[in-house]
Design a protein around this ligand. Structure first.
Ligand code: ADP
Ligand code: MG
Length: 664
């Protein structure tokens, strides 16, 4: 229900279109009921030998007699009996209204209606055809209008979904997973689209059609119409029974669709490895499994849908029978009561019964159509839950309520008593160990500090806290004495440059990839950055120079080239804090040397964190201090010579050969 309201809020942005489409639906349903009521004159003409003229004339005559009788009775009623007088006056009013209407019809419509019975029939059929064409025209308009409303709405929702996902923090995003995001913004939203479309077309039009028929049926014989309506609550029960099961099954199919996406992106994202190791069978099996799950879920939906249709149709027919059987009894036995219960004001005519039947059958068609879209609606609702669930996710790295002005960093970065533990996903029972335990570290402005340690010692985790990819569980990080949670995240990240082992280039030109570091950069600044990163030489040798498109994930460049572009991207940002996370680990030793030379210049006037496991000589020239991390704790901290004096064992553990050769 809540989701329904939320979609309505989106849809209401286009309220003019909505109103127009509802008007179209109203016109369609009016014509639908009108077409069915034509049964009345048809039966009159075909079976009762009445021409319309005679019928109207006798009808007016009988009504006028009734009025005369009523007025006689009224005179006999004493003035004091107000209640009875009012009742009689009301009845007279009703009859006069009918006479007035019939007289109007006789004067304005009947002159056009031929006296001959066949000619009358032809006219009736002509009217029927015309009404159908007009109805068709409005169906067309309605569907066009609804189609555009649906697309506009869904685009807006998709946009919000993307925006919401971009606002999330790194941890939440990795927990949701790219494939889930992808299937959410495509498949789940597509399910929603279908639901909103049938909602706009069928769910607005069909109940109106059924409603129009029911209203007319009540005019023909309200008692019998009421009988047939008793089936409605039963129909409701059937729908709710299937509805719950459909929703559950839909959730499951959407989850398996997410797994299919995951399988595709994982397999082809690592195409080189898959081909090199001939891992085809494993991936085929995975894909087959995901596909089978999807099939099972979809079949469940198909089955529920297939069951719900005939069942609801049967109930509908039963509803019609509930009115028709007693109706037929009244007509065939020429009476107005069954078992002493009055069911008609006067004995029913065949024409009345035929009209009632046509109208009740006219409510059945909408019921049939509704039950056939029911499944789509439920699927869409499940899609909605997933999509809105994503839109509602909140980042666990909140923005400050009243952010501090950020002055470029110029004195001290403090990690104070930091402890951090990665979240445990719901499935896993026990909590993960602390990734960082009581880490404290002061880094002066302008310092180059190396963070070294074994795999999984917490180096990347420590420096992910600085740009607030996540917040520490305990302790705080201060830049120049201010807790970083008091800055706007955009401002904070604005002064940090980050180069990681994986370069994450976008499938765009080199120029744009560098400019990504600073959208305000001029062409000159970009060229300077490339020069500083020692990338300009190879860029100029490329046929398209800066306009070379680098391919997906920068696949058209070598690892070293990619890394230098990533470096240029960080340089053009002109950050006061630079973080290099194993930036040289994946490149050849020549590129590594180049990068160290670049850093030597660029590090001046900035605070630089270098995470590395290779303590090469060029590198050791660069750094001022070394922090050694082990199992989330700082084991040693100081200049190289300090460490060699105070904690030689720790250093030995890291890179025995290099340190030996340097000492020698
Ligand atoms: P390093 O960069 O020093 O190799 P990390 O900081 O990446 O180590 O990891 C520290 C610890 O945290 C490791 O035990 C690792 O398993 C765990 N870890 C790292 N990233 C995640 C993550 N996204 N989710 C859960 N645990 C993680
Ligand atoms: Mg790491």
């Amino acid at each position: 229900m809540q989701n329904f309201l939320r979609i309505s809020l989106y849809v209401l942005r286009y309220r003019k279109l909505v109103v127009l489409s509802v008007v179209c639906a109203l016109i369609v349903s009016a014509f639908w009921a009108l077409n069915l009521s034509i049964a009345f004159p048809v039966v009159k003409v075909l079976f009762q030998n009445d021409s319309l003229h005679e019928f109207v004339d006798t009808e007016i005559a009988t009504r006028q007699t009734t009025i005369a009788q009523l007025s006689d009775s009224l005179e006999q009623v004493p003035e004091a009996d107000v209640k009875r007088r009012a009742r009689l006056q009301y009845l007279m009013g009703e009859e006069s209204r009918h006479v007035l209407l019939l007289t109007r019809i006789r004067n304005s419509v009947l002159p056009w209606v031929p006296q001959d019975r066949f000619d009358t029939m032809a006219v009736i059929l002509g009217v029927l055809l015309l009404a159908t064409v007009i109805k068709g025209l409005f169906i067309y308009f309605q569907e066009l209008l609804v189609g555009s409303i649906v697309q506009l709405t869904v685009n807006a929702i998709r946009q919000d979904c993307f925006r919401a996902a971009l606002r999330l923090d790194v941890q939440s995003l990795s927990r949701i997973g790219t494939s889930s995001l992808m299937s959410g913004m495509t498949n789940d939203i597509e399910q929603m689209t279908q639901a909103i479309r049938v909602f706009g077309v069928t769910l607005v039009r069909e109940p109106l059609k059924a409603g129009a028929c029911t209203v007319l049926a009540f005019f023909v014989n309200w008692r019998l119409a009421l009988l047939s309506i008793t089936m409605v609550p039963l129909l409701g029960l059937v729908f709710s029974f299937f509805g719950k099961r459909l929703r559950r099954a839909s959730h499951r199919t959407m989850e398996s669709m997410a797994r299919i996406y995951e399988c595709i992106s994982e397999t082809f994202g690592a195409a080189r490895i898959v081909i090199a190791f001939s891992g085809f069978r494993k991936h085929r099996r995975q894909f087959l499994k995901a596909n089978r799950e999807y099939y099972a879920g979809s079949m469940k939906i198909v089955m529920l849908g297939a069951l719900s249709r005939p069942i609801s149709e049967t109930m509908g027919v039963l509803g019609v029978f509930a009115a028709l059987a007693p109706g037929a009894y009244l007509v065939l036995r020429e009476t107005d009561t069954i078992l002493g219960i009055q069911l008609a004001a006067e004995p029913m005519s065949i024409a009345e019964l035929a009209t009632l039947y046509a109208l009740l059958a006219g409510t059945l068609d909408p019921v049939r159509k509704l039950s056939s879209v029911f499944e789509q609606i439920k699927r869409g609702m499940a899609g909605c839950e997933r999509v809105f669930g994503l839109i509602d996710r909140r980042t666990i790295v909140p923005e400050p309520a009243s952010p501090r002005m950020l002055i470029p960093h110029n004195s001290l970065i403090t990690f104070r008593n930091i402890s951090f533990r990665y979240d445990t996903p719901e499935m896993e029972g026990s909590a993960r160990p602390l990734a960082l335990k009581n880490v404290s570290l002061d880094v002066r402005f302008g310092e180059v500090i190396a963070v070294v340690g074994g795999n999984g010692s917490g180096k990347s985790t420590l420096l992910s806290l600085l740009p607030r990819f996540m917040d520490p569980d305990e302790g705080q990080i201060l830049i120049d004495g201010v807790d970083i949670r008091e800055f706007r995240t955009a401002d904070l990240r604005g002064q940090i440059g980050l180069v990681t082992q994986e370069t994450f280039l976008f499938n765009d030109t080199i120029y744009e990839n560098i400019r990504y570091g600073n959208p305000n950069a001029t062409a000159e600044m970009i060229q300077q950055a490339a020069e500083k990163a020692q990338a300009s030489v190879f860029i100029q040798q490329l046929p398209d120079g800066y306009q070379t498109v680098v391919g997906e994930k920068g696949g058209k460049l070598s690892g070293g080239q990619r890394q230098r572009i990533a470096l240029a991207r960080a340089i053009v940002r002109n950050p006061s804090i630079l973080i290099l996370d194993e930036a040289t680990s994946a490149v050849d030793s020549h590129s590594e040397d180049v990068i160290h030379t670049v850093l030597k210049d660029f590090a001046v006037g900035r605070t630089v964190f270098i995470i590395t496991h290779s303590l090469s000589s060029a590198f050791l020239d660069l750094v001022d201090r070394i922090a050694v991390l082990d199992q989330g704790q700082i084991r040693a901290l100081g200049t190289l010579s300090e460490l060699q004096q105070n904690a030689p064992a720790t250093l030995q553990m890291l890179q025995p050969e290099i340190l030996h050769s340097r000492a020698a």
